[in-house]
Ligand binder design. Structure first.
Ligand code: ADP
Ligand code: MG
Length: 256
């Protein structure tokens, strides 16, 4: 079982879209996948067709050790993967966990029991470097960083890279950046091409080959409770995420 965080401390950069589409893409190529929604907004939960308002058990209960993952997970309708859902209740966990022991290692502890159930676990992180994100980073083998090729993109990475370094040094020696994923890419924009080249010269093969274009079908899919790769498999966005899923299968063979 390989565990990856999808993280970037900025909001609206494509973390959830990447988590959901990578999960469904991996499922389509025969992998057993669990999404853990670590964002109180619950977008990965809803975008997988699971109603966050109707959750009886969620990742909140798992973090507070009042439920196991096996009890709280749900099967997605069409995605072919499982979801450990989240809703607003999770925002409270941040405060409740502060005073407990091993507060950043709760999720890692819970994952041990489902080790044999999955090939990939994808953790959709909130847009912050909070205790929730820390639980994700402590559980993971690696981090996938979706980013838009904008002017300040590289600068925005500094905090995340420093946090990953600290977690690597102090809490989780396995942790590494698996790669940077260029998302919402518009090939007609010269600036995006330039930033993309900068990324490649700065991070080398840590930049994934797959590039996710800006594609309206990916943005429409969540309102149907489906991943884009399920909702409209022939769309350019879906095709790009399928290519990314295949690349992840290849890379994780090499990396781990
Ligand atoms: P985050 O989880 O980082 O906050 P989201 O995945 O929710 O970001 O994406 C933010 C918004 O951008 C959403 O409305 C989503 O549908 C849209 N979006 C994400 N990726 C794409 C894409 N490749 N093309 C078009 N819209 C996208
Ligand atoms: Mg999100």
């Amino acid at each position: 079982m390989q565990v990856f965080c999808v993280a970037n401390q900025k909001g609206g950069v494509g973390k959830t879209t990447t988590t959901v589409n990578l999960a469904a893409g991996l499922a389509q190529v025969g992998q057993r996948v669990l999404i853990i929604d670590l964002d109180p907004q619950g977008n990965a939960t809803m975008g997988s067709g699971v109603d966050k308002r109707a959750l009886e058990l969620s990742v909140y209960d798992v973090l507070l050790e009042s439920s196991t993952i096996a009890e709280a997970r749900q099967r997605t309708d069409k995605g072919g993967y499982d979801v450990l859902g989240a809703n607003r209740e999770l925002a409270g966990a941040e405060i409740e966990l502060v005073s407990v022991e091993r507060r950043s290692e709760r999720l890692r502890g819970a994952l041990v029991a489902v080790e044999a159930d999955y090939d990939f676990v994808l953790i959709d992180c909130p847009p912050s470097l909070s205790l929730l994100t820390l639980n994700g980073l402590c559980s993971a083998n690696g981090v996938i960083v979706p980013m838009q090729c904008e002017y300040f993109a590289l600068e925005g990475l500094t905090d995340l890279v420093n946090t990953i370094r600290q977690v690597h040094a102090n809490l989780n020696p396995q942790l590494q950046i698996i790669g940077l994923l260029r998302v919402m890419f518009d090939n007609r924009m010269t600036l995006q091409q330039q930033v993309s080249e900068q990324l490649k010269s700065h991070f080398g093969d840590k930049v994934f080959d797959a590039v996710i274009p800006r594609n309206v079908r990916l943005a429409e899919a969540p309102s149907y409770g489906q991943a884009g790769v399920v909702f409209d498999p022939s769309s350019r966005g879906a095709q790009a995420y399928i290519a990314f899923a295949n690349e992840m299968v290849e890379r994780s063979r090499l990396v781990l």
